[in-house]
Ligand binder design. Structure first.
Ligand code: ADP
Ligand code: 5GP
Length: 210
């Protein structure tokens, strides 16, 4: 059973480009919320800051962390390794801080299966449409057509994991989506009523996968 004063774990996953990093950053501005900074072997993007957005490490260092069993979870995504180290997460939770995870479905599954003694709330973020996803990816990837194409192809597979999450949210208007997630987290923590329509989500997924 989670202890009353412990923080909660909040996972945000989504197909690439749906907006989970943007939403995680917004949520992290709330009182008492901390982002879990992942390790990755991927190269930094031009706007990314080392040790803030990610700990950028080489393959050898990542393998060393695996061997030392320092990861709470890790996975290979788009040919790179990504992982969450255990110690900072547990320290924050034990100090009553809520921890936000921007991780893929493989990592979310691993954390869920660990059945840790902390409350866990999982969100899957969807784009309003595939056309809008394509636009967002093109903008972010500075029109690197190969990366955009690769991530659009991956979308078809990633979207299928929506079913394993507590809540699925459509990121159309950023502010509205942020508020929706914030309210759901608040309702989960304070046992309040939840404004959530699973039927709307089921229909939205049907449209995205048609
Ligand atoms: P993810 O982390 O899911 O891959 P990002 O958070 O990097 O996605 O968002 C992808 C791109 O879309 C970024 O350029 C971001 O600024 C933009 N974006 C995110 N949410 C919205 C939104 N609601 N409306 C318009 N653009 C958005
Ligand atoms: P990006 O390269 O776009 O930053 O991230 C690619 C994917 O890796 C995203 O789905 C992101 O959520 C996921 N990711 C980032 N950090 C981690 C992590 O620590 N573990 C796992 N499993 N996935 C991660």
């Amino acid at each position: 059973m989670p202890i009353e004063n412990d923080g909660v774990m909040v996972i945000l996953s989504s197909p690439s480009g749906a907006g989970k990093t943007t939403l995680t950053n917004l949520l992290s501005k709330l009182d008492n919320f901390k982002i879990s900074i992942s390790h990755t072997t991927r190269q930094p993007r031009s706007n990314e800051v080392a040790n803030k957005d990610y700990y950028f490490v080489n393959n050898d260092e990542f393998q060393r962390l695996i061997k030392n069993e320092e990861f709470l979870e890790y996975a290979k995504v788009f040919n790179n390794f990504y992982g969450t180290t255990r110690t900072p997460v547990i320290n924050n939770l034990d100090n009553g801080k809520n921890v936000l995870f921007d991780i893929d479905w493989q990592g979310a599954d691993q954390i869920k299966n660990k059945k840790l003694d902390y409350k866990l709330i999982t969100f899957f973020i969807l784009p309003p449409s595939k056309e809008i996803l394509y636009e967002r990816l093109s903008k972010r990837e500075k029109k690197d057509k190969i990366i955009v194409q690769e991530r659009m192809e991956q979308f078809e597979r990633d979207v299928l994991h929506w079913i394993n999450y507590d809540y699925v949210v459509v990121n159309d208007d950023l502010e509205k989506c942020y508020k929706k997630i914030h309210k759901l987290i608040d309702a989960e923590i304070n046992h309040g009523s939840k404004d959530y329509d699973p039927e709307f989500i089921r229909k939205h997924v049907e449209k995205l996968t048609a």
